[in-house]
Ligand binder design. Structure first.
Ligand code: NAP
Length: 466
């Protein structure tokens, strides 16, 4: 087979999705000295950066500085951003196969996992991911409604998303105003009546999924006291044994921090954030009008499975907690991509080193690749996408050298523009995004915040003037 990626036959790659995984994959391809390559990065939205823009909490501006790295990648020769193009509707996989040798999907895990309990679909029971997207100004969630007039909220799960949601609900007006939280969310959070937030972990402190720096912030909130029951902060014998056996400094620090929270006297702040362990929701209770009016939880104990997993097991002891709203924060979930195989159990696309296969351990489907959460599942921090994207890019480069890919009939750089004209979609370039970035920053400056986001696609296109 003829090698692709040579000066005579440059490799044309389409990356679908402009979050961290997409950018790191593009970087590794574009910096490969042995490869002559151009990368077109598509995003359904006119703005790049995926979860860095719509997932990272608005009060975590430092984490967002990673966009500087992505900007450098975008300035590499051969890179092009095509925002506001929905692969699957504006452009089909067949169109991409006509114009590119390889396509890498880095579209993340856009849905959420369910708890599978009675009452889960009552009003005021929401996926935490919807709330996160709403307060971060994601256009798809702009008109979602969250009734923040309630007093008491439960966040199910103790991962970093749960921590973000609980913290955002507890921040003071002063703290919120300094963030780049979407204006519509800021207005409603300032007016919120919420005084009590419960975070519910089904296992113990030693199994809490949150990371230490994130959890530490919960103990430093200006407007909320942290409350942990001492008996729930204490380790059960199984966890105690594991902690003693494993030499894990971070885990010990996490447990110490949680135990320090439990020893803290409340200072009478206006809100209370109660962190519970070893409890699982059993049912959401109807308030009589189809809304959440409480939650029944059951006390758990821990057991170990044959393969060593520490598992929660329900006891006979139940308790009702007085909550009027619930955010389930039990993990994101991947969704099937048109024309690609899908492993429903793992909610990922089956792959080997980023090469899409026709089932777990199955044959490679030449030309198709995945990176990020749709490849490995919704775990890890932004930096985890670097080795992940690099692995996929290395597979793509190896395959190109062996001539493995699609057989496009028109690899001209203008082909997408012609398609856009013919099909009537309007790609947004990286330079145009930079203009939006400037406008958002200017608008933010006027309000004393780092950025005031546009939250509707139409506003963005209008601001671009065409
Ligand atoms: P996660 O870290 O996987 O946490 C999910 C939580 O939900 C865990 O506490 C899990 O408990 C719990 N859970 C799952 N099923 C449950 C059930 N049926 N009932 C009760 N609890 C249940 O997921 P995430 O919080 O969505 O975060 C996704 C990824 O993004 C993570 O890798 C996270 O670190 C990362 N992230 C990082 C940051 C940051 O660095 N600042 C911010 C946000 C997100 P078990 O452990 O018992 O399963």
């Amino acid at each position: 087979m003829t090698a692709i990626g040579t000066p005579e036959n440059p490799l044309r790659v389409a990356v679908v999705g402009s979050g961290p995984a997409g950018f790191y994959t593009a970087e590794h391809l574009l910096k490969n000295a042995d490869l002559k390559v151009t990368v077109d990065m598509f995003d359904r939205l006119p703005t790049p950066f995926g979860l860095v823009r719509f997932g990272v909490a608005p009060d975590h501006q430092k984490i967002k500085n990673v966009t500087r790295v992505f900007e450098k990648i975008a300035s590499l020769d051969g890179f092009r951003f095509l925002g506001n193009v929905d692969v699957g509707s504006d452009i089909t996989l067949q169109d991409l196969q006509n114009h590119y040798h390889q396509v890498c999907y880095a579209t993340g895990a856009p849905s959420d996992r369910r708890m599978g309990i009675e009452g889960e679909d009552l009003q005021r029971s929401h996926p935490a991911t919807d709330f996160v997207a709403w307060y971060n100004g994601h256009p798809d969630y702009r008109d979602y409604e969250f009734d923040l007039s309630v007093k008491s909220v439960a966040v199910v799960g103790v991962g970093n998303v749960a921590v973000d949601v609980a913290r955002i609900l507890c921040l003071t007006e002063e703290e919120l105003k300094k963030t780049d939280i979407a204006e519509h969310a800021l207005e409603q959070l300032i007016e919120s009546n919420i005084t009590d937030v419960y975070m519910l972990g089904r296992r113990g402190p030693a199994q809490a999924a949150f990371t230490n720096p994130e959890a530490r912030e919960l103990g430093e909130l200006a407007g909320a006291d942290i409350i942990v029951k001492p008996e729930e902060a204490a380790l059960d014998p199984l966890s105690q044994e594991l902690v003693e056996k494993e030499d894990d400094r971070k885990l010990r620090q996490k447990i110490e921090m949680i135990q320090a929270f439990s020893a803290k006297e409340p200072e009478g702040k206006s809100k209370r954030l109660t962190l519970r362990f070893l409890v699982s929701p059993v049912a959401l209770l109807d308030d009589g009008n189809g809304g959440v009016g409480g939650m029944q939880i059951v006390k758990n104990e821990l057991t170990r499975t044959d393969d060593g997993w520490i598992k929660p097991r329900a006891t006979e002891t139940t308790e009702d907690i007085p909550v009027d709203m619930v955010f389930r924060s039990v993990g994101y979930r991947g969704t099937p991509i048109a024309d690609l195989p899908f492993d429903d159990k793992r909610a990922t696309v089956p792959q080997t080193n980023g090469r899409v296969t026709d089932g777990g351990g199955g044959k490679q489907i030449p030309g198709l690749y995945v990176a990020g959460w749709i490849k490995r599942g919704p775990t890890g921090i932004i930096g985890t996408n670097k080795p992940d994207g690099y692995e996929t890019a290395a597979s793509m480069a190896e395959d190109a050298a062996m001539g493995i890919g699609f057989d496009p009939n028109n690899t001209s750089i203008d082909a997408v523009d012609s398609l856009a004209k013919a099909k009537g979609f309007r790609p947004v370039s990286f330079d145009e995004w930079k203009r939006i970035d400037e406008l958002e920053t200017e608008r933010g400056l006027a309000k004393g915040k780092p950025r005031d986001k546009f939250t509707r696609v139409s506003e963005i296109i209008e601001a671009l003037g065409k």
